[in-house]
Design a protein around this ligand. Structure first.
Ligand code: ADP
Ligand code: MG
Length: 246
């Protein structure tokens, strides 16, 4: 048997903001080297799922296990756990006053106390990997959106996370820049990185994803291999959504 390790398990996750119930009994299992695509209309709770996985939001009830460990915000060192779960945001969130390389080496030096020489060596390798070997010393304001997002990916990778979360990483990009970011993500997937990707890019979902969750109003209404769901969605909500994005 090919036993893959469970990287993330979510059991009956509930999350509310005040009276607004945003996630309702979410259950997910994500295995090593999975590329899981999370799809749903705006406001369905996709970002909140990722933010709960990274403990940027506190759940109301349920369980979140990271590599088998049930994590509680009150008792665990969340900074240590966040080192295992990297995140890339729609709007890049780069430090504007730091160069591309400065952005990438910041967390390894400050959070992991890596020596500067090693951090710079590894940072350059990561920028090379995302195709930015000529941009080490460039500030974010001089980078295109696609380049900024690739710096953000390199920055997240610099912490050597076991899991990468992507929240609509190409939604803020001009259409001609989407491809370079998706190609970078595909490279990571091919290397076996465990990834959870919120995206409306159904081509990427079909080609790179191996499992798709469709979220509606805080509930998972459909899940399965992306190709099957995209070709023949069963739930009415999924059908309606896909007819708009395809
Ligand atoms: P998606 O990423 O699918 O667009 P979100 O997870 O961002 O959806 O949001 C789900 C719901 O939760 C929305 O109704 C949104 O308005 C609400 N919400 C998200 N974050 C907050 C917050 N910090 N405070 C109050 N409501 C929030
Ligand atoms: Mg969102």
């Amino acid at each position: 048997m090919d036993e893959k390790q469970e990287m993330i398990q979510i059991k009956n996750l509930n999350k509310s903001f005040g009276d607004l119930s945003v996630l309702k009994d979410i259950n997910m299992k994500i295995y090593e080297s999975d590329v899981v695509v999370l799809v749903g209309a705006s406001g369905s709770g996709k970002s909140t799922v990722l933010r709960c996985m990274n403990f940027l939001e506190k759940k109301n009830s349920g369980e979140i296990l990271i590599e088998g460990d049930p994590i509680e915000s009150d008792t665990h060192n969340l900074n240590k756990i966040r080192e295992r779960v990297g995140m890339v945001f729609q709007h890049f969130n780069l430090f504007p006053h730091k160069t591309a390389l400065g952005n990438v080496v910041e967390a390894p030096i400050q959070v992991k106390s890596m020596d500067k020489q090693t951090a710079v060596k590894e940072g350059k390798e990561l920028l090379d990997k995302v195709g930015l070997s000529d941009k080490y010393d460039v500030y974010p304001s001089r980078l295109s959106g696609g380049e900024k997002q690739r710096v953000a990916i390199a920055r997240a990778l610099a912490m050597k996370p076991d899991i990468m979360l992507f929240d609509e990483p190409t939604s803020a990009l001009d259409p001609e820049l989407v491809g370079e970011v998706l190609t970078t993500m595909k490279t990571l997937a091919d290397e076996g990185k465990t990834m959870i990707v919120v995206t409306h890019e159904m081509g990427f979902a079909r080609e790179v994803g191996n499992w798709l969750f469709y979220l509606h109003d805080g509930c998972i209404v459909e899940q399965g291999p992306p190709d099957e769901i995209i070709n023949a969605p069963k739930a009415k909500r999924t059908q309606e959504f896909l007819s708009k994005v395809l």
